[in-house]
Design a protein around this ligand. Structure first.
Ligand code: FE2
Length: 248
């Protein structure tokens, strides 16, 4: 601040009159802000993630679509929903089952502050893009879904990246800002528009189920259940362990 009109009293010091300062880091093309006065070591939290997604070259994706929506669900429910492969074939029978059926889901790397799984494509699926030269054919034949706790869930594939940033508004309401990014200039406009339409439908399907579930949680008869196996809900197990950590 250079000056403040009419603030001539001696007790006013422009050096101490400023906006709040918060820890800010950039990793993999994303900006991370921590509001806590002693932020965690982000590289320790994300140790192992570079091995998982580095070959996609996430910095080389460019945003092609952004939308902000308000969903009536608790934030943790969306993290769990996005991060398990168990629901893919049932909740998304016409949109995702053909690309990423539940039966091909495989748990992938976990770290102190993240979890992940691979949503593999059936062998007969046509290539969905080349992407980075570093990618193997195996990597091109799947989407890698990862969550950086607490509020980011992401799907990255050879030519497309979709990220949802979650901002809790209340115990039962969240703001979801989701972005779609394309690798370089590989995808034409028509293909990008088809992918946007697909993801709008996928998000609608998830949102519908989450909002019904949130209403049911109000019942005194709502009870917890056991998790499916590691390839289907091992990521949810990771998230629950993270939530239970005393230093988070
Ligand atoms: Fe889903």
């Amino acid at each position: 601040m250079l000056r403040a009109a009419r603030m001539k009293n001696e007790s006013f010091d422009p050096k101490t009159c400023k906006l709040g300062e918060f820890a800010c880091e950039i990793r993999f093309g994303f900006i991370y802000v921590c509001l806590h006065e002693t932020p965690p070591d982000i590289d320790a939290e994300l140790e192992g993630l570079e091995n998982l997604i580095g070959d996609y070259e996430p910095d080389n994706y460019r945003i092609v679509h952004t939308a902000t929506e308000v969903w009536n669900t608790n934030w943790k429910c969306l993290v769990e929903n996005f991060m398990e492969g168990y629901h893919l074939s049932v909740v998304h029978p016409l949109t995702l089952h053909g690309y990423t059926p539940t039966g091909l889901s495989k748990k992938a790397a976990s770290g102190k502050g993240f979890t992940s799984y691979h949503a593999n494509y059936p062998q007969e699926t046509l290539s969905r893009g080349k992407g980075s030269d570093k990618l193997t054919d195996e990597a091109r034949n799947r989407s890698t879904l990862f969550s950086i706790f607490p509020c980011q869930v992401t799907s990255i594939a050879s030519s497309l990246l979709v990220a949802l940033m979650i901002r809790p508004l209340s115990a039962e309401t969240i703001e979801v800002r989701w972005t779609m990014s394309a690798y370089g200039d590989e995808l034409d406009e028509e293909t990008i528009n088809q992918r946007i339409t697909l993801w709008e439908e996928v998000n609608r399907e998830d949102r519908e189920k989450l909002e019904i579930m949130q209403a049911s949680f109000r019942s005194v008869h709502a009870i917890g259940g056991t998790l499916a196996g590691p390839d289907y809900e091992g990521t949810v197990h990771d998230f629950l362990l993270w939530l239970g950590r005393k230093d988070t």
